[in-house]
Ligand binder design. Structure first.
Ligand code: NAD
Ligand code: TYD
Length: 363
């Protein structure tokens, strides 16, 4: 495999840190530049194990800062981008939509401009052998299944499902997806795009359902279930998402979109019960003790009922499928949090306490 210089944005976050780790360790011939603004969700502790690798470097910068982004492209001769940096939490998008427009829309377009300018003589060129038809440069945009909206029957999201975003978060991600395709059409920027379902695994910030519940069970705090707990999410182990990103980046077809999912739908309340039961065993509690912490709270505004992905295209065309079952993945995840309580305590200190108190006091 040839040398490449790849910019990964948002690499200090949850999914980004798994993608950075995978690329740094699996492809020693690549230079991996991680650009991240280190917001509340970004944490260099997530990458301690690989930070000294000779093919890895970190740049603290905001994707909205055109000058800083252009400098990174130039100084590192970037020829591939895997773009994950984003504001990612639906609840925060409800209280502060403009931050989502700024990073997810303005930031993505700033990055697209930098790629377009840096690659102006290399776009639209013939695909190189072994690169899946992606050309010699490639912009990979990582997106979410939430752009498709909310399912109210038993159908699944396909790549052809019309966009129908329902939250400020998903509206901002949908907008960024449209910009990526528009740059492909207008400027011939070589791109690939993927829309993935809910991820879970290590290093997940405990504002999201699974790590929040694990942390609260551990601390004997109430487990806030929104509404009746009947909303359904399709959960995928984060390392399987990183593997899918690897496959798409290398062999996905130029201009194509791939849906990624776990074939693994769970009602929130059933998932919380499962977590309680796993943690009762791990913590030596009597079965049923943690479930007593479950507290139904006011529903999220405009709460999407169900997400579920049809991931047959990526399986059929690129040979990717999830590698482990939910039972195995969830057990590994709980074990990681229990072995890394320092990480949990660190990321939930300071500003998190304020967020948590304000957010849940209103429910
Ligand atoms: P995250 O919130 O854990 O991490 C986001 C990272 O982006 C953080 O490191 C943060 O510091 C960085 N960042 C935020 N704003 C920035 C800015 N302006 N400039 C530079 N860096 C900035 O998010 P995540 O859950 O790891 O999600 C990563 C990507 O994957 C996002 O684009 C998200 O939309 C997408 N996605 C997430 C899921 C999921 O279940 N978490 C599912 C599908 C798609
Ligand atoms: P979340 O992890 O925020 O992901 P998303 O909203 O992007 O799917 O939430 C997953 C589901 O869990 C969603 O239906 C909202 C619900 N939820 C709760 O019931 N309680 C909570 O404290 C949180 C954070 C989420």
């Amino acid at each position: 495999m040839s040398e490449r210089s790849i910019l990964i944005t948002g690499g200090a976050g949850f999914i980004g840190s798994h993608v950075v780790r995978r690329f740094v360790t699996k492809y020693p011939q690549y230079r991996i530049v991680n650009l991240d603004a280190l917001t509340y969700a970004g944490n260099l502790e997530n990458l301690r194990d690989i930070e000294d690798a000779p093919n890895y470097s970190f740049v603290k910068a905001d994707i909205c800062d055109a000058e800083a982004v252009a400098k990174v492209f130039k100084e590192n001769a970037i020829d591939g981008v895997i773009h994950l940096a984003a504001e990612s939490h639906v609840d925060r998008s409800i209280t502060d939509p403009l931050s989502f427009v700024r990073t997810n829309v303005f930031g993505t377009v700033t990055l697209l401009n930098a790629a377009k300018d840096a690659w102006k003589d290399r776009m639209g060129s013939a695909p190189l052998p072994g690169r899946g038809g992606g050309g010699e440069v490639r912009f990979y945009h990582v997106s979410t299944d939430e752009v498709y909206g909310s399912l109210h029957d038993d159908s699944l999201f396909l790549e052809t499902t019309p966009y129908d975003p329902q939250s400020p978060y998903s509206a901002s991600k949908a907008s960024s997806d449209h910009f990526v395709r528009a740059y492909g059409n207008t400027y011939k920027l070589p791109f690939v795009l993927s829309n993935c379902s809910n991820n879970y695994g290590s290093h997940h910030f405990p504002e999201k359902l699974i790590p929040l519940m694990i942390n609260n069970i551990r601390n004997n705090k109430p487990l806030p279930v929104y509404g009746k707990g009947e909303n359904v999410r399709d959960w995928l182990w984060v390392e399987d998402h990183a593997a899918a990103i690897d496959v798409i980046f290398h062999t996905g077809k130029n201009g194509e979109t791939y849906n990624i999912g776990g074939h693994n739908e769970w009602k929130n309340i059933d998932l919380v019960h499962l977590l309680c039961s796993i943690m009762d065993k791990k913590l030596g509690r009597i079965e049923g003790e943690s479930a007593k912490l479950i507290t139904y709270v006011t529903d999220r505004a405009g709460h999407d009922l169900r997400y579920a992905i049809d991931a047959s295209k990526i399986e059929r065309e690129l040979g990717w499928k999830p590698s482990i079952t939910f039972e195995v993945g969830l057990e590994r995840t709980v074990d990681w949090y229990l072995a890394n309580t320092e990480w949990l305590d660190h990321v939930t200190s300071g500003a998190y306490q304020e967020y948590y108190t304000d957010h849940y006091a209103q429910r």
